[in-house]
Design a protein around this ligand. Structure first.
Ligand SMILES: Cc1cc2nc3c(=O)[nH]c(=O)nc-3n(C[C@H](O)[C@H](O)[C@H](O)COP(=O)(O)O)c2cc1C
Length: 167
């Protein structure tokens, strides 16, 4: 799941890059419906929540592990990502779910720390974290990762991920 809705997003491209590193027998899916999640309303968080929320919850439940890859906006977590996570509280969808957290941003330290708190509140099992700063200078115009340290970091994420869902 990318926390950026931007066309050509660096975070989306990082997720694509990770997908290219995983073995072909891994069913890897980039969730791209974040913009369809309605504003969180506790009054609607009942047995029949909005359809996009059901779809998101089902996708996460079916996954062995998930990757959240996000920028930071205004020293915080992008609103639409936080909104989606709020919909996952009551359903316990993320409880014990292996989650890799990647923050790829200009700086990103605040969102990275904040998301670890949020995922902790959701009782997710954070298996790996990676903070990539100055992201725009580490991806070229075609969306390919060009920075060797980032490539190494993402390769390690893929290795750790495979280890997680193999256990
Ligand atoms: C409204 C807005 C606020 C931003 N605020 C921050 C910030 O507080 N910290 C930061 O590291 N980057 C900030 N950025 C820069 C983003 O990190 C950068 O645009 C990044 O490439 C966005 O990720 P994307 O390429 O996946 O869309 C901000 C960008 C926007 C559009």
């Amino acid at each position: 799941m990318s926390g950026s809705l931007r066309a050509g997003s660096s975070n989306h491209n990082i997720l694509k890059h990770i997908g290219s590193l995983l073995p072909s027998d891994v069913n890897y899916h980039i969730y791209d419906a974040l913009s369809s999640i309605p504003p969180f309303d506790p009054g609607l968080d009942n047995d029949t929540p909005p359809e996009p929320v059901i779809t998101l919850r089902n996708a996460i439940t079916a996954a062995d592990a998930i990757i959240i890859c996000t920028p930071e906006y205004a020293f915080g977590v992008p609103g639409q990502l936080k909104n989606a996570l709020d919909w996952l509280v009551s359903s316990s969808t993320l409880v014990d779910k292996p989650v890799v957290l990647i923050t790829a941003s200009l700086g990103g330290e605040n969102a990275h720390a904040s998301l670890q708190l949020i995922l902790g509140a959701l009782s997710a099992n954070i298996t790996d974290t990676l903070l990539i700063n100055f992201i725009r200078s580490k991806i070229n115009a075609d969306g390919n990762v060009t920075d060797e340290d980032v490539k190494t970091g993402l390769k390690q994420v893929a290795i750790n991920l495979k280890r997680t869902y193999n256990t």
